[in-house]
Design a protein around this ligand. Structure first.
Ligand code: K1U
Ligand code: ZN
Length: 173
């Protein structure tokens, strides 16, 4: 198991559309395992492949809350949104690529997604609550879209400038 460095905004890799995964291999299984460990370690509830520099269409998530419930690590390869509710829901989102910045984003309250699992079978499930928000946030990453792209230009530029400063400071050590 290897923890992967998480790419910080702004970075051109976070703005690109990712390519479909061509097949489920043992290498892909290892990547998914590393992404899950990186997500739990951060800590986060989701992580998309481009956030660790892999420009392929897969993400991991686990939105189980609290210690009482068993974890539910999910790996979604080549996900598609097959249905989205008209009902909308607003949630204060964060992003591991934009640490310490949060903003309200409005999205469909429920979505159905179809995807290939590590078992190489096609799966389909309806998500609601935090699972729906997280699945859409991660799906956006695969299309080069960040939660700050839902904000107005002033808020987006403010966050981007603060992130540029944070990256400069981290580079100086
Ligand atoms: O994609 C990412 O950068 C991960 C992101 C997912 C996400 C968070 C909130 C709404 C939608 C999607 C995160 O996990 S940020 C960290 C976070 O939200 C969290 C961390 C620890 C416990 C609970 C939540
Ligand atoms: Zn994110």
């Amino acid at each position: 198991m290897t923890l992967k460095p998480i790419i910080l905004h702004p970075d051109p890799r976070l703005k690109k559309v990712c390519a479909p995964v061509s097949g489920v291999s043992s290498d892909l299984g290892k990547l998914a395992e590393d992404m899950l460990q990186t997500m739990y370690d951060a800590p986060g509830i989701g992580l998309a492949a481009p956030q660790v520099g892999v420009m392929q269409r897969l993400f991991v998530m686990d939105c189980v809350k609290g210690q009482d419930e068993a974890p539910r690590p999910m790996v979604l390869i080549n996900p598609e949104v097959t249905w989205a509710s008209d009902e909308q829901h607003t949630y204060e989102e964060g992003c591991l690529s934009i640490p310490e910045h949060y903003a309200e984003v409005t999205r469909p309250a429920k979505v159905r997604m179809a995807w290939t699992g590590l078992d190489n079978l096609r799966h389909e499930e309806e998500f609601d609550g935090l699972w729906a928000t997280c699945a859409q946030h991660e799906f956006d990453h695969l299309n080069g879209r960040l939660f700050i792209d839902y904000l107005g230009p002033i808020k987006r530029q403010l966050i981007t400038r603060r992130m540029e400063k944070l990256k400069r400071e981290r580079a100086r050590g």
